[in-house]
Design a protein around this ligand. Structure first.
Ligand code: ATP
Ligand code: MG
Length: 289
């Protein structure tokens, strides 16, 4: 197999999908700098590696796997970042084990897919699942596809549908399920990782096709401390000791990782100090209030 040129995003014929080649050392931070439960990280990585290497060896009746995982939880908890990070670590694992020297990572833009127009939703999702993804998979490398807001693809047929024609939603969801079954059966080298804020709106039949679902909750005190320290490393001078860090973390319980990083920026930008003066815990307490 020839090598694909790494490190740039590409878009083929489909505006809703872009892809690139991994591993890329610059992408390690999408994994290493997202601080969640280490057990979840380990299991997610193990599932993806297992599925991409071994799914084809199992009977679809004996072990009905679809090669689909879900990360769900509140906004800003690192789900989309982890999908990228996962693709990169799995690419590293495969390179290290001699399984494959490259992995393709594709990102789907969920907003480019569904459409209000009758009939168009099905066409788009079928294009995605029966053409765009299989074409990429046919390059012969392991393929990880990140689908953000996967519930926008297959919304529960039982929920009301905010202005969309319920018949169209129902047909679109059926198209997704059919497409996923087709992909699962024909392309064992594909692993889909969906993200969602609102798991209750996922169609039951889609939920049933997930091999695994991980909840990514808001960070706990220890994780908040890690996120804070990690964010501080972006700035040249920070003067915050261990005790202050711990009280800051406690004061930030209930906030997402995204929020926490933005609070640090807010403190840096708005504090009343010269740029070379160190950032202090007081600067941060000021913006938390
Ligand atoms: N657990 C975390 N550890 C460290 N940084 C985090 C964490 N969660 C979020 N962040 C920061 O917030 C950024 C945005 O997170 P991301 O977009 O991955 O969240 P998300 O869960 O996909 O959010 P949404 O549900 O709104 O799509 C990350 O790139 C990172 O800088
Ligand atoms: Mg996201």
């Amino acid at each position: 197999m020839g090598s694909l040129t790494p490190h740039d995003w590409r878009e083929d014929r489909y505006s809703f999908l872009r892809w690139r080649v991994l591993p890329d050392p610059a992408w390690s931070e999408w994994w290493d700098r997202i601080h969640i439960d280490v057990g979840i990280k380990r299991r997610l990585r193990a599932h993806a590696n297992f599925s991409l290497r071994h799914r084809s060896e199992y009977s679809p009746v004996g072990l009905p796997l679809h090669g689909i995982a879900l990360l769900h939880g509140p906004p800003g908890t690192g789900k989309s970042s982890l999908v990228r990070g996962l693709a990169n670590v799995v690419a590293q694992d495969m390179l290290a084990d001699g399984f494959s020297d490259q992995l393709i990572f594709a990102e789907i833009d969920p907003h480019a897919l569904p459409s209000q127009m009758l009939g168009e939703s099905q066409r788009n999702t079928l294009n995605l699942l029966e053409k765009a993804i299989p074409e990429l998979a046919d390059k012969g490398y392991p393929l990880i596809c990140g689908i953000d807001e996967i519930n926008s693809l297959a919304t529960s047929r039982l929920l009301t549908t905010g202005g969309r024609d319920p018949i169209d939603v129902m047909r679109a969801t059926d198209a997704v399920l059919r497409g996923l079954d087709y992909l699962a059966a024909s392309h064992p080298n594909v692993y889909i990782v969906g993200t969602s804020n609102f798991v209750a709106s996922l169609d039951d039949a889609l939920f049933d096709r997930l091999d695994v679902a991980f909840e990514i909750p808001l960070p706990d005190v220890e994780q908040i401390s890690m996120i804070l320290s990690d964010t501080f490393s972006e700035f040249p001078v920070v003067k915050i000791d261990v005790e202050e860090l711990s009280s800051l973390a406690t004061a930030m319980v209930g906030r997402s990782g995204r929020d926490i990083r933005k609070l640090v920026l807010e403190a840096v930008v708005t504090r009343d100090a010269l740029p070379d003066e160190p950032l202090t815990a007081d600067d941060l307490f000021e913006v938390i209030q």
